[in-house]
Ligand binder design. Structure first.
Ligand code: BGC
Length: 349
């Protein structure tokens, strides 16, 4: 079968190639790939900056934002042939650490977790893949191709859940949330925050085009200046850019007892000890929390599924801005100005 593979930590090694059918040991459920979303993590892996092949192998099958159709549900599953499923990305570490032991693999304590298409387990960018039934999430068939948005939706569902849990350390009736970045993660964060009843503001560099339109269509407010110019002190900021300036401004702009949740992974720059002390002083004096959030556990997968089911499908459909055939996968990894979510489509829904 055809698969998109890469040799992690070696740039320019990504290729579409023939590989053997998925190993039965990968799971009793056999799935035919429909589509796989592409995100910044995939780009990083292809650029040789991130990612790990399975132990003893040199190449990794890429892809962690999946959508597929069950071809063979295997013996012990509640799934049926034809069901649309999305695969959970992370697997608990083998020790396991206390968090993995209770199913909170997203909070793994020893870093020995594995992730499909990212860390030591093959991903979903192959014509067929196998999965353990307990890691296959069945989606509402009415979602169709939009099911490919479930994985990024789980990431923001976790982030917003953690903001809420942290907020409850004291009296917490949040009203306003600012989302920085109107890429797929930012827009899905805005959607989830809106569905949670918050007043949502989204900030991005783009001044016109699909992003402002999508934000306004949600009933949220769009800002294209800097975080410092939004004109209010948000109760929570969901930072989805990973850009140093935006992060620093967010920490300075957050309201008293507010929470800055970092979801973007950026690079570069040197933090001086003075700047660090300034950030700490602002955080202390306003009782702020700066928290990082990555990945998602089964509770978030369940909740994200509920959020997608409640969302306006025509709005969700506008997030998928480009569909690329596996043969042209390199073009899916290039970022074009109008891109929101680019997917690689293996077969029709
Ligand atoms: C994925 C997460 C993963 C993280 C770090 C993200 O792109 O959505 O599932 O945990 O990368 O590897």
């Amino acid at each position: 079968m055809k698969a998109i593979t890469v040799e992690p930590h070696k740039p320019e090694t990504a290729r579409l190639e023939e590989i053997p059918e998925p190993d039965a040991r990968d799971g009793s459920v056999l799935v035919e790939a429909i589509a796989v979303g592409v995100c910044g993590t995939d780009v990083e892996i292809v650029e040789g900056k991130y990612g790990w092949a399975p132990r003893g192998k040199t190449r990794l099958v890429l892809g962690h934002e999946s959508l597929g159709r069950v071809v063979d549900p295997g013996p012990s599953s509640s799934l049926n042939k034809g069901d649309l499923v999305v695969g959970i990305v992370r697997r608990p570490d083998p020790v396991p650490c206390p968090n993995c032991a209770v199913g909170e693999w997203d909070m793994c304590r020893n870093g020995q977790y594995t992730e499909r298409g990212i860390k030591e387990i093959h991903g979903f960018m192959s014509e067929r893949w196998r999965i353990e039934p307990e890691y296959a999430i069945k989606i509402d068939p009415a979602l169709g191709i939009l099911g490919v948005l479930l994985e990024p939706a789980t990431v923001v569902t976790k982030a917003l859940e953690h903001v809420d849990v942290i907020g409850r350390r004291s009296f917490w009736e949040p009203r306003t949330v600012l989302v920085t970045g109107a890429g797929p993660i930012g827009l899905l964060a805005a959607l989830v925050a809106k569905l949670c009843g918050l007043e949502v503001h989204v900030l991005d560099r783009m001044e016109t085009g699909a992003k402002p339109d999508l934000v306004r269509a949600l009933g949220a407010t769009y800002h294209s200046g800097t975080v410092k110019e939004v004109g209010f002190a948000p109760d929570a900021i969901i930072e989805c850019t990973g850009v140093g300036r935006v992060i620093a401004d967010s920490i300075q702009t957050i309201g008293s007892s507010g929470i800055v949740c970092l979801t973007g992974v950026g690079h570069g720059g040197v933090i001086t000890s003075a700047a660090c002390a300034d950030i700490a002083a602002a955080t202390v004096l306003k009782n702020n929390v700066i928290v990082g959030s990555v990945n998602a556990n089964k509770r978030h997968w369940y909740r994200a599924g509920e959020f997608l089911a409640r969302a306006d499908r025509s709005w969700l459909a506008k997030l998928i801005t480009r569909r690329v055939r596996p043969e042209n996968f390199m073009s899916a990894l290039e970022r074009k100005p109008d891109d929101i979510k680019v997917i690689i489509q293996f077969s029709e829904v």
